[in-house]
Design a protein around this ligand. Structure first.
Ligand code: F6P
Length: 360
């Protein structure tokens, strides 16, 4: 078993559930590879037996006891050359050979779209692999929810509530930037839960003038205030996302962040009636203890993953659909991102309670 990509509240609950179910069966041993596949790939494999003492009570802890990395793609493994520069090589055959030599029957990979893309490639090369979906962004296809998402929403909503009272006191406009690289799930849930005036998400590019109008209408009847939730991946109509290219080798993602302050500057340039302040929530959304719902979802997903090992249901991912724990092929799960549909009941709910998406 391994955890790959960014961490997420609930990873330890999956690890504990798989280990417990396997122990109960009396037929399996579960081992964990440290830092995704990097542990197995080390000359002296960095793997640990997930015994009762290693996993007891860990479901309440954030992070992952197996550690993680977003630079552990065995198909594109970063290697430093003699002159100090970096290149990448394909170590997937070596990885599969090592896993087989170590005597493992199956691999459970807990990760998001990037990790499950690796899982699919390794499955096509013959590895008995099963995926467990993980991301606070909730943008993985084939599953209604991923664990960690609800915890991130809870953290963002608690922060939002605090910003409302200070916005009210100072008659200010408060911008809360939350995570959500390709999809606005966290932003939309936070905006509805907190009662935002404006919610800006990657799926709906926004118009500064529409936002200005909404703010002005809030201040028309005296000294108002306004709260805006913006996803890190949101962008203006005709514009691009705000972020910087990752400098470290093997980490292909552009590092998003800064759209909140960009929005503040644009609104100030348009002579916004109020003072504006920005809060960037960042990785606080990924850290700390999972809320009860995520512990339960992660535990159920771990139990399902072990059931899939027993049934030799490889090349598939655990999928939570309509209150049932089911499976989906890895191929289907990675085929597209699960983004918010513009006609979804949640977007409609938000619009109906007066939340503007900055588009009309
Ligand atoms: O995919 C989850 C996520 O938290 C995104 O919302 C965010 O853009 C990204 O990971 C941040 O990754 P890192 O921790 O590598 O900066």
């Amino acid at each position: 078993m391994l955890t790959g990509g960014g961490d997420c509240p609930g990873l330890n609950a999956v690890i504990r559930a798989v280990s417990k179910a396997a122990r109960k069966s009396g037929k399996y041993e579960v081992w964990g590879s440290k830092q995704a596949f990097n542990g197995v790939l080390k000359d002296e494999p960095d793997i640990i037996k997930l015994t009762r003492s290693k996993t007891a009570g860990i479901h309440v802890r954030g992070g992952t006891i197996l550690k993680t990395t977003n630079k552990g793609n065995p198909l594109n493994f970063p290697v430093q050359q003699e002159d100090g520069s970096w290149t990448t090589i394909d170590r997937s055959d070596e990885l599969i050979e090592k896993i087989n030599k170590l005597g493992f029957h199956a691999v459970i990979s807990i990760g998001g779209d990037g990790s499950q893309t690796i899982s699919q490639a390794l499955y096509e090369k013959g590895l008995n692999i099963i995926g467990v979906p993980k991301t606070i962004d909730n943008d993985l296809s084939c599953t209604d929810l991923t664990f960690g998402f609800s915890t991130a929403v809870q953290i963002a909503t608690e922060s939002f509530d605090r910003l409302v009272t200070t916005a009210e006191s100072h008659h200010r406009v408060m911008i809360l930037e939350v995570m959500g690289r390709d999809a606005g799930w966290i932003a939309l849930h936070t905006a509805i839960a907190g009662g935002a005036e404006i919610c800006l998400i990657p799926e709906i590019p926004f118009d500064f003038n529409v936002i200005m109008k909404k703010i002005q209408s809030r201040y028309k009847k005296g000294r108002g205030f306004a709260n805006i939730v913006i996803a890190e991946g949101a962008k203006p109509i005709g514009g691009t996302v705000v972020g910087a290219t990752a400098k470290s080798i093997g980490d292909k993602h552009i590092k998003l962040g800064g759209i909140g302050n960009f929005l503040r500057a644009e609104l100030e340039d348009r002579n916004c009636v109020a003072q504006i302040r920005t809060t960037v929530l960042g990785h606080t959304q990924r850290g700390g203890t999972p809320i009860a719902f995520d512990r339960i979802l992660a535990t159920a997903m771990g139990v399902k993953a072990f059931e899939m090992v027993q049934n030799e249901d490889f090349g598939k991912m655990v999928a939570y659909k309509n209150y049932r724990m089911e499976t989906a092929t890895l191929k289907e799960a990675i085929s597209t991102y699960k983004v918010l549909q513009k006609d979804s009941y949640l977007i409609n709910t938000a619009r109906s309670v007066g939340i503007s998406f900055g588009d009309k």
